[in-house]
Every structure is written in C-alpha cells, then in structure tokens.
Ligand binder design. Structure first.
Ligand SMILES: *Cc1c(COP(=O)(O)O)cnc(C)c1O
Length: 378
C-alpha cells in the first residue's frame, strides 16, 4: 500500500458494527463483560476502540509493531522515559525541543535518570559520551529550531554496538516523509499536536515501538501511569492524518518558494532549511527522508528587529507550535526555547534575532508578500 492510501486505509477502516466509514467516537469509560473476565475492552485507560484505531494507524504509518496515543507529545515522551529506571543514562540530541530538555533536566533528574546532551549530527561525539549505564540514544532530526540533521543509520550502528535503544522524535518530518523504524529505530515519537493533527485544534502525542516486548512494556506504562488520549481527540487525529500527504506536499512547495524569497533578501543573514543544498545536513536528510518539510528558521540580526517583524505579519500568526494549515511565526529565544538557559541557547546558536516559521498551505504568493512587507517596514 502506498503512503497516501495508507493514510486513509491504514489501521482500522470505519466501524465493523455499523459500517460507518469513519471510526466512531467511543465516548465510554467502561464496558459490559459477558461473564467475569470475558470482554474485548475492559476500561478505557487500558483500551478504547477509537484510541486503538488511531494507535493501529500510526503503527502502520511508521512501519512499527504497536502504537500508543497519549494526551500530549510530552506525555508520550515521559511514558517512554518511564520504561527506564534510576541510574540509567540516555544520550540526547543537544538542541532538542525545549520541553524535552526541561523534562529531562528538571523533572526526571529528580528520579536520577541521567542524561548527556551532545551534537548527534556528529556520530563520533555520541560515541564519546556513551557510558556503562547508557541505555538509549534519543534523537530529534531535523531539530527545532536549527534544523540540524542526524544520520539515523549511523545512530543505529552505535545503538547496536553498545546494545542501546534508538529513540527518534519524528515530529518535524512526519511518517509521510520519514520512517525511522526502517532505518533501525526502536521507538518513534510524535507530538501529534503538530503535522499529524494539522489544524491547531488538538494536543496529542504518539509513540510507535518496533517489537512485541517494547509494546508490552510501553502498554504497561501507558496503563499504569495513565496519560492516555481521549476518544474525541483520537478521532480528531485520525481525521487530520487522512490529509497529511496533501498537506505535507503543499507545505513543502510553499516552503521552497519562501526559502528562495528569503535567500534574495540582504537583511536576512542566515537561513536554516535542510532542503538547501548548502545546508550541512542536506545529503543525510535526502538519504533518510523523502521530503524536507515546512519549517524554516532565519536570522534578522537582533531581537528588536525580530520582534518588529513578528508584529507586522498578517497571514503568519504569532504563535507557538507548528505544523498546521495556517502559517505560524515565532521567536524561539523568547518563546519555545525560553526554558533553555541563555548561555546554552548562545552555545547552540539560538540567537535573539532568530525567527522560526512554520509554513502552512495558504497561497505561497500571499505568504511571500506578507513576509516582504514585514521585513520592509521600519
Ligand atoms: C511540540 C513538540 C513536542 C512536545 O509535544 P506536545 O504535544 O506540545 O506536548 C515534542 N517534540 C517536538 C519536536 C515538538 O515540536
């Protein structure tokens, strides 16, 4: 089955009880048992048919063994971390999503889950920081907001050499463009709030594992800790995913045009987009993904100028988040990445003048016109 067909027919198609072509919202907490212990579903934290349809769909789309849906991307990441124990050590991509950094350094550190942040775009650096107690490598590629690319197959080699799990946050590329399990990942994570939902109307997280054992372990955590996604939001995600292919293709077309426009501007000093042949991760990304996505970061020189540009755009909405039908614009240093200390931000290259845009599916000409008037205004 090709990707666009799988988006519609993957997982569970419709409802076997009624023939409804859309999976119904099973708004229910508990289920009547045909005698003690004789049931298909027991309690909705443990399993719910609408959530299960979504979980089977994401497992199919990622080519994995089993999928799980959580109340947010962070809940999905936290559940995966709950599979490990005090004293374990995990190697992380250095410029991960701010919330993932916060989870590891301000919450899970209390439980002695140890982490090292390193530039995973350089496998030698990852090799250097692996310790006796390392249990996993956690990668985001491309990263947020600098769009740094990590070679998933190289990480897999290291994971095999040291018997580690390879975990990939695939939020930016989506399963339409990149399938980390095919490159050897054991666990794939998504903030489904972004492209998978795609309409800025649901907060959700997904995880896919590539083995029965990991499936049982993660289901145990999901059921024990309880951060599940409700049936209504599960349904919204299934609906969003149906158009993922169309949206990603349109987004990418728009993005290419906007990158070209930004390249023509002398007042834009740096542009980060893996689709540019000059981007250091361009070749690696091309090898492991079939599209470059719709996220661009660029530097306008100072925080003051960046805030001015953000105040002037009309179609680019000033907001956190990304990956929806409407274009969004943000200032990572003061918004999504404010929880990362200033000195670390500087180290990573997240300057005060760095603007991040998430390109939507509006007409590219209108988007370019909007950026042009914002950049031109004094
Ligand atoms: C947004 C995001 C998250 C967190 O997801 P939520 O749904 O906001 O909890 C994790 N990773 C990446 C790459 C993200 O963009």
């Amino acid at each position: 089955m090709k990707k666009k067909t799988q988006l519609i027919h993957g997982g569970v198609f419709g409802d076997k009880h009624t023939g409804a072509v859309s999976t119904p919202i099973y708004q229910v907490s508990t289920y009547k048992q045909d005698g003690v212990g004789n049931f298909a579903y027991e309690y909705s934290r443990t399993g719910n048919p609408t959530r299960e349809a979504l979980e089977k769909l994401i497992a199919d789309l990622e080519g994995g063994h089993r999928g799980f849906a959580f109340g947010s991307g962070m809940a999905a990441i936290a559940a995966v971390m709950n599979m490990y124990k005090a004293g374990d050590h995990i190697v992380f991509t250095d410029d991960v999503y701010g919330g993932s950094y916060r989870l590891m350094t301000k919450v899970l550190n209390r439980f002695n889950l140890d982490v090292t942040f390193v530039d995973t775009s350089n496998p030698a650096k990852v090799d250097e920081v692996i310790q006796d107690n390392t249990v996993a490598i956690y990668v985001e590629t491309p990263t947020n907001p600098l769009l740094k690319v990590t070679d998933i197959a190289e990480m897999k080699k290291l994971a095999d050499e040291y018997s580690l799990h390879l975990i990939v946050d695939n939020t930016f590329s989506t399963p339409y463009f990149q399938n980390p399990i095919e490159q050897g990942a054991d666990i794939v994570l998504h903030s489904a709030t972004k492209y998978l939902g795609g309409h800025s109307d649901v907060v959700a997280g997904l995880a896919v594992v590539n083995s029965e054992q990991l499936g049982e372990e993660l289901h145990f955590v999901q059921n024990s800790v309880g951060g599940i996604l409700g049936p209504q939001d599960s349904w919204l995600l299934i609906r969003g995913i149906k158009t993922l292919g169309l949206r990603m293709e349109q987004t990418e077309k728009n993005t290419a045009k906007i990158v070209e426009f930004l390249e023509s501007r002398e007042d834009v000093s740096k542009i980060y987009y893996p689709g540019q042949p000059s981007h250091p991760g361009h070749e690696t990304h091309k090898k492991q993904a079939s599209g470059f996505g719709g996220m661009i970061s660029f530097d306008v020189g100072s925080g003051e100028r960046a805030e001015h540009v953000l105040a002037q755009t009309r179609y680019f909405t000033l907001a956190e988040s990304l990956g929806a039908v409407e274009s969004l614009i943000s200032l990572p240093a003061k918004m999504t990445h404010a929880s990362i200390p200033a000195d670390r931000r500087a180290e990573l290259g997240i300057t005060d003048g760095l603007i991040r845009v998430s390109i939507g599916i509006e007409d590219a000409d209108d988007l370019i016109e909007d950026l042009k008037q914002a950049l031109d205004s004094k």
